[in-house]
Design a protein around this ligand. Structure first.
Ligand code: PMP
Length: 437
């Protein structure tokens, strides 16, 4: 089975090389392979499956569309399904933002929405440059890759967007301003202020700043709330539209509906995808009406009217709200972090355990090598790969990420239960122990 798959797949689709299973069925947090083995899926379609695989409310919503003669695709024509989806989406945003919000359907991927956000702020401000962050991930299309920090395979692509300035992100474990949230917050945001205000910095009136409140692919790095507030104040003071990319963090993943809510701020532009389509492809940009400068037709695209994705998205949002899965994610996340911290205490290869809600990362380090001046050991991507493989062998699917590929990432469905958190952590502990032997 897998030999055939490898023969058919190009290099670009490399999952089967690292995750050597072929999946036949899936339900909740579990996937069943072609041989009948059941695995824990802590990848969840890269965070897309908020309710896990094939949740009954999502399946039912899709079936209703199919059974109802609802058009499956309508470009951007109005339909009751679309209307309902937009209402549901606006209702989970803070009123200070939703009351002034416009919705731009993009699609179908997160990167498409990032491209739209870029065009939007450039159109509205008539400026060119964009501020982004080291370690940021915004997608693989040309513009989005240009905004992506030092983690993507972008080095070999010639001539990406030139007008992007990368700023330091408060990565407290390896923070250039000293370890810990306080150092990252104070010195980090003052540094950004100086860069914005220094006429010699080369940054002239940016069209926008794009940021993740918790960097995902970059290694699961939550920004301290105060840093996020400082950045919001700075962008307001300098009249720089703030684009928050919640493609991965949105819809309860971090324990709040949106990660920016932890800091009690609102963005000017919000980029959404993944969970918003309830497992089907959908992406939107929600933005403040003051930026609504583009003319009709300035941003179009064929696949913006996927009715099944909108219906699945509506059902997902409703289920999250009715079952308070945002709060559930917060408490399951705490349980996860405390179990992982316990595992960290028993080993030297884990440098850091961090996360917010059900977006969790474990940084694997070279404990045998000299630590840096902050006491953090060098990243150990080879060992992280071995741990990932040992997890897979024990039927736990996890992903790697981070600037050096040394962070084991957990993105379970928001519906995960206490005993499942414990089981997943036990498998991870066994996997770590096995590679240390
Ligand atoms: N932004 C963020 C924060 C993401 O995590 C991702 C995907 N991992 C993207 C953008 C790109 O989304 P897509 O892969 O659907 O293009």
């Amino acid at each position: 089975y897998l030999a055939n798959q490898e023969r058919r797949e190009s290099n670009a689709r490399s999952y089967p090389r690292r995750i050597p299973i072929a999946i036949r069925k899936a339900n909740g947090i579990h996937v069943t392979d072609v041989e009948g083995n059941v695995h824990f899926d802590c990848l969840s379609g890269a965070g897309t499956l908020a309710l896990g695989h094939n949740h009954p409310v999502v399946v039912e919503a899709i079936q209703r569309v199919l059974a109802d003669s609802t058009p499956l695709h309508t470009l951007d024509l109005t339909t009751p399904v679309k209307d309902e989806f937009m209402e549901e989406l606006l209702s989970c945003l803070p009123p200070a933002f939703s009351s002034r919000a416009k919705i731009q359907f993009c699609g179908p991927s997160g990167a498409d929405a990032v491209e739209a956000a870029l065009k939007l702020v450039k159109t509205a401000t008539q400026r060119r440059s964009i501020l982004s962050f080291h370690g940021a991930y915004h997608g693989m299309t040309h513009g989005a890759l240009g905004l992506t920090g030092n983690i993507a395979p972008k080095q070999r692509v010639a001539g990406l967007m030139a007008d992007v300035h990368f700023l330091p992100y408060p990565y407290s474990y390896r923070c250039p301003f000293g370890q810990g949230d306080a150092a990252g917050t104070e010195t980090g945001s003052r540094f950004i202020q100086r860069v914005l205000e220094d006429p010699e910095s080369g940054i002239v009136a940016p069209a926008g700043m794009i940021m993740e409140v918790v960097q995902g692919e970059g290694g699961v790095i939550p920004a301290p709330d105060q840093w996020v507030r400082n950045i919001r104040s700075l962008t307001r003071e300098h009249n720089i539209p703030l684009i928050i990319d919640e493609v991965q963090t949105g819809f309860g993943r971090t324990g709040r509906w949106f990660a920016f809510e932890h800091a009690n701020i609102t963005p000017d532009v919000l980029v959404l995808s993944k969970a918003i389509g309830g497992s089907l492809p959908l992406a939107v940009v929600v933005y403040d009406e003051s930026l609504d400068a583009w003319l009709p037709g300035a941003h179009s695209g064929t696949f913006r009217g996927n009715q099944m994705a909108m219906a699945a998205g509506t059902a997902t949002i409703r289920y999250i709200r009715e079952n308070r899965l945002d709060a559930h994610a917060a408490s399951m996340g705490e349980r996860f972090l405390s179990r992982l911290a316990q595992i960290k205490r028993g080993t030297s290869c884990i440098g850091d355990v961090r996360g917010r809600g059900l977006m969790i990362g474990v940084e694997i380090v070279h404990s045998g090598q000299e630590p840096d001046s902050l006491g953090s050991h060098p990243p150990h991507p080879e060992l992280a790969r071995k741990i990932q493989k040992a997890c897979m062998d024990r039927r736990l699917i996890v992903e790697l990420g981070g600037r050096h590929g040394s962070v084991v990432r957990f993105l379970p469905p928001l519906t995960i239960q206490e005993e499942q958190v414990d089981q997943v952590c036990q498998i991870f502990a066994d996997a770590v122990e096995s590679v240390e032997k």
